[in-house]
Write a protein that binds this ligand. Structure first.
Ligand code: FAD
Ligand code: EPU
Length: 348
């Protein structure tokens, strides 16, 4: 083939997932130029369909090998397309393979605001809309202008505007149809005028501790990075996929009943007035799991929501631990918690 397309057979995926668990793809196709997807998807090696679209592997658990070919989009072009509709800022387009954190820092350096609270999230631009990544009171949907996605079944390149993406907490249209759409690029509408969001617990305090009294998008990103480095294990040192469970959304009455019994339980607004989001980390912590270890599968000592691989844990062992954790939360609090990362080779 060419530099724009690379095919690897029996490709080891251990270094391509941040849990660092072993898995092998029968074929891995790396495609740098999305314009060649038509041609690539007709290759004999890729018949039978793509079993997994792989970004940085930071929101996946390989409980088994992918059942067929794996495809990664590796293009890393970033362009300014034009002005934002209201004249403040611009529309930036980034290829799916652009590393997310690098894109955030580059946008801030170029004088655009908005993505500062989303600094240091691992992974790629192409994966950002899949679960509508979020942190410190901001979700990527707040800045997505459009998502470009190729649909192999119809050989069509679609352009979804933000409303069509049906974003919600850790959710989107794409999340419900894994591998149906290959996100090839994302367009972001970024203002030049900052509208800082500093109300997430601990953020203002961090800025104050840094001696910052007039925060800017850059200093907010620095504060977010400092908090994240303290709380979350670095996957390069200790395998993990960030939060292993989503924060559960329950009916308001259930949240109120739980609060009456457990006054310290953090409860946040849900999608509407009748629902509430509970802290999965608190529920798991209260069940005594923080710092737990069984062989090489464990729970981070710094955060109960983060499952970790101390070295040689398999995906199946991590999944088994996750199930035990979820069962204990269900038994003690009557709340069902669900994994955030995509499970490959297993069902929840
Ligand atoms: P992958 O793990 O490779 O894939 C994730 C999903 O997206 C899979 O279903 C995959 O098939 C699909 N996908 C990937 N690329 C494409 C594409 N181009 N087209 C179509 N589908 C695609 N997430 C947050 O929301 N907030 C956080 O604060 C956060 N913190 C984290 C901290 C740590 C230490 C870690 C390890 C993870 C964290 N995450 C967080 C989770 C993760 O970083 C994000 O979900 C990220 O967007 C995943 O990107 P990825 O490229 O690694 O995707
Ligand atoms: N808590 C505990 N014990 C713990 C951890 C947390 O009691 O071990 C309680 C504390 O009360 C804490 C609260 O839980 O104040 C919330 O914790 P944190 O601020 O760390 O947020 P989170 O709800 O656990 C979510 C996202 C993270 C995101 C942070 C910051 C989900 C599933 N996770 O975590 O995203 O970075 O908020 O906004 O929504 C990810 O998705 O992978 C991820 C890391």
């Amino acid at each position: 083939m060419s530099d724009a397309v690379r095919l690897l057979r029996e490709a080891a995926l251990t270094r391509r997932n941040t849990f660092g668990v072993a898995a092998t793809a029968p074929v891995l196709a790396e495609v740098a130029d999305a314009a060649r997807l038509d041609e690539v998807l007709r290759l004999p090696e890729l018949q039978g369909g793509i079993a997994l679209i792989l970004g940085g592997g930071s929101n996946l658990l390989f409980a088994g090998d992918p059942a067929g070919p794996v495809l990664a989009l590796t293009g890393e072009r970033v362009q300014v397309l034009g002005e934002r509709p209201d004249g403040d800022g611009a529309i930036l387009r980034a290829d799916a393979g652009v590393p997310w954190h690098g894109f955030v820092m580059r946008s801030l350096e170029a004088g655009y605001a908005g993505l500062e609270n989303l600094a240091l999230i691992p992974g790629t631009v192409g994966a950002a809309p899949i679960q509508n990544i979020g942190a410190y009171g901001v979700e990527v949907r707040d800045f997505v202008h459009a998502v470009e996605a190729y649909e192999p079944a119809t050989a069509t390149l679609h352009r979804f505007d933000a409303a069509a993406c049906r974003f919600a907490y850790r959710d989107s249209l794409f999340k419900h149809a894994p591998d149906r759409y290959l996100v090839t690029a994302v367009e972001f509408a970024l203002p030049r005028t900052p509208a800082l969001k500093l109300d997430y617990a601990g953020l203002s305090e961090e800025l104050a501790a840094m001696g910052v009294d007039a925060p800017t998008p850059r200093t907010v990103a620095e504060a977010v990075i400092a908090i994240r480095r303290r709380k979350l294990p670095d996957p390069a040192v200790l395998g993990n996929a960030g939060s292993f469970f989503k924060n559960p959304i329950v009916p308001r009455a259930q949240a109120e009943a739980l609060l009456a019994e457990h006054a310290a339980l953090p409860v946040f607004r849900g999608a509407d007035e009748d629902s509430r989001k509970l802290s999965a980390g608190w529920l798991i912590d209260a069940c005594g799991w923080k710092g737990y270890r069984d062989g090489d599968a464990g729970v981070a000592a710094s955060h109960a929501l983060v499952l970790v691989n101390h070295g040689q844990a398999s995906g199946a062992q991590l999944l088994d631990l996750a199930r035990r954790i979820a069962d204990s939360v269900q038994a003690r609090f009557g709340v069902a918690i669900e994994p955030e990362p995509r499970l490959i080779g297993a069902r929840w």
